[in-house]
Design a binder for this molecule. Structure first.
Ligand code: SF4
Ligand code: SF4
Length: 97
């Protein structure tokens, strides 16, 4: 195997997804994100699912990228991330490993 360092996008491309029609991730009280120290959901997620938007002053959730590790739910200090497995067999299908 090559020791070339892959970018996040290249690593994610190695996975196969069945995209769900609706998000399996929800932030129930977005006001809490305004004052959340460090916004750990934006750094813990291995898939970069959560990003902070200065323009809309809220967290944007790219649920299609989710690797279903559950880390975001555990790390949110306000416990406002609602997480469940995608419906109907959608979501990540690991191609390797
Ligand atoms: S960790 Fe929780 S409270 Fe903090 S920005 Fe993310 S969703 Fe909002
Ligand atoms: S479950 Fe894991 S991969 Fe999915 S959004 Fe949360 S931290 Fe990211």
């Amino acid at each position: 195997m090559s020791d070339k360092k892959l970018t996040l996008e290249e690593r994610l491309y190695a996975n196969e997804y069945r995209t769900a029609k609706e998000s399996h991730l929800e932030i129930s009280d977005e006001k809490k994100c305004l004052t959340c120290e460090g916004r750990p959901c934006t750094t813990i997620c291995p898939a970069g699912t959560y990003t902070w938007s200065d323009e809309s002053s809220r967290i944007l959730v790219s649920f299609e990228n989710c690797l279903e590790c559950g880390g975001c739910r555990a790390v949110c200090p306000s416990r406002i991330i609602s997480w469940r497995y995608p419906m109907g067999g959608a979501g990540i299908c690991y191609r390797y490993g």
